[in-house]
Design a protein around this ligand. Structure first.
Ligand SMILES: Cc1cc2nc3c(=O)[nH]c(=O)nc-3n(C[C@H](O)[C@H](O)[C@H](O)COP(=O)(O)OP(=O)(O)OC[C@H]3O[C@@H](n4cnc5c(N)ncnc54)[C@H](O)[C@@H]3O)c2cc1C
Length: 402
């Protein structure tokens, strides 16, 4: 049901951006070369802790539980398991390794989260919880994924959980938890088992955060294609796909004005302006803009890492390649944002959701295999039904066992 809500949202609000992009893309990075915003108070405190957190890995050791992927869900699962079964040996395998320093590469994704503190409170270090409690509003953690990953890694260190490099052959565990974000086992090129139709559900609120509901009947049903273990929503014979542009580090106070401007003047549908849930003096906002396929092709190669909007706009090439619709939005933002508080364009993102059905599975005959996090399903970032729900699921399952 949870992934369905994300697909349904796309059919309700984003139907005109459905795309069929098949392009070899250049390498993208989410690393900010300079700190985008002055760090103060608790955010500075967290950053000092991050800098002091060891990213070192250890040689692979035989363990009862192997977790593939040292992202937020892999680390959270390791911590819950350690809490409940302290005697079980756990090793996390990661492939983002810097061989020279024998370490995991630094965490870099500065994407704001919408995660309740109680999903994580039982597994994080107390020092981190005390800081995070001061940052987040209404019992949300508020911090971005990068800060969350560092906090989880500190807890991993404290619990003595191993992090090792992913090799072709990992010492045989009893169970593998796949938290690789869907990259450990390739879900592409599978054989179609069956197709079914599913009804679109109309929301009660017609204008959601300024986005207007599609009223076209042809989107009232969509197709689900079942590949055996994986289900994908399809549109018009192709997997559902939407290109997004994310603008990060926006001021929170222009949200209403922006939504009014973008919807009333630009008559646009694909705008999602979200104020994070950090304390006002620390907070910022992010903006998701759904792109037309043509817009994606024009600017994809121009944004390979986070790029200040004013610097992008100084480039004639960038201006030339930007559609009229996006130009209007960018110029409006530039007219409202002070130079010292500039926002950033992040590399474009192709949203291609899937759901891997949960059933008892084994690999190499008798090793149990279970997918969690983005390996289980890809949520819609505009509705926040990805990471938030993945971490909530871990908390619900493990609290029940407790
Ligand atoms: C562009 C984009 C923007 C997003 N924006 C937001 C946002 O603003 N807010 C939000 O809450 N969520 C956002 N999300 C969703 C969020 O990032 C994911 O839901 C979340 O990262 C999932 O966590 P995970 O641990 O399951 O997987 P991941 O975070 O993908 O972690 C997987 C880990 O496994 C490692 N790995 C991959 N393959 C292997 C392998 N073969 N062997 C070993 N290790 C491997 C990876 O290096 C990585 O460290 C966004 C997603 C994308 C793609």
């Amino acid at each position: 049901m949870t992934p369905y809500l994300g697909w349904n949202y796309a059919y309700n609000y984003d139907y005109q951006y459905f795309s069929n992009i098949n392009k070899k893309r250049s390498q993208k990075s989410y690393d900010y070369k300079v700190e985008p915003k002055d760090l103060t108070l608790e955010l500075l405190e967290l950053e000092n802790l991050n800098q002091a957190t060891s990213l070192k890995i250890k040689p692979a050791n035989s363990s009862q539980i192997a977790i593939i992927g040292c992202g937020p869900v892999g680390m959270a699962a390791a911590l819950w398991l350690k809490k409940l079964y302290p005697k079980q040996s756990i090793c996390i395998y990661e492939n983002r390794i810097d061989m020279e320093s024998n370490s995991i590469k630094p965490f870099s994704r500065r994407w704001l989260t919408f995660i309740k503190l109680d999903s994580l409170e039982p597994i994080l270090n107390i020092k981190d919880i005390l800081i995070i409690k001061n940052i987040g509003l209404q019992n949300y953690i508020g911090i971005d994924i990068r800060n969350l990953e560092y906090s989880l890694l500190r807890a991993i260190r404290k619990q003595g959980i191993y992090v090792s490099q992913m090799n072709n052959k990992i010492p045989k565990p009893e169970i593998i938890l796949d938290a690789s974000g869907g990259r450990f086992i390739n879900n592409n090129k599978l054989e179609i088992k069956r197709k079914l139709k599913i009804n679109r559900r109309l929301p009660q609120i017609k204008e959601n955060f300024g986005q207007k509901l599609s009223t076209d009947n042809k989107f009232n049903q969509f197709e689900l294609v079942d590949f055996g273990h994986t289900i994908r929503p399809f549109n018009n014979g192709s997997p559902l796909q939407i290109p997004f542009l994310k603008i990060n580090y926006l001021p929170t106070k222009i949200k209403q004005e922006f939504i009014y401007f973008s919807n009333e003047l630009n008559h646009d549908y694909g705008i999602y302006y979200w104020n994070g849930v950090m304390r006002d003096d620390l907070n910022h906002a992010l903006l998701f803009i759904s792109l037309l396929e043509s817009e994606f092709y024009l600017i994809d190669d121009l944004i390979n890492s986070p790029l200040r909007l004013d610097q992008a706009w100084d480039s004639n090439l960038f201006k030339e390649k930007t559609s009229k619709r996006l130009s209007i939005l960018f110029e409006w933002l530039l007219s409202k944002i002070e130079k010292t508080k500039m926002c950033y364009l992040e590399p474009l993102f192709l949203w291609e959701p899937f759901l891997c059905i949960r059933k008892e599975m084994y690999i190499s005959d008798n090793t149990k295999y279970l997918r969690i996090g983005d390996s289980h399903y890809i949520g819609n970032p505009k509705v926040g039904n990805g990471l938030t729900e993945h971490l909530k699921e871990l908390k619900n399952v493990f609290s029940r066992i407790q």
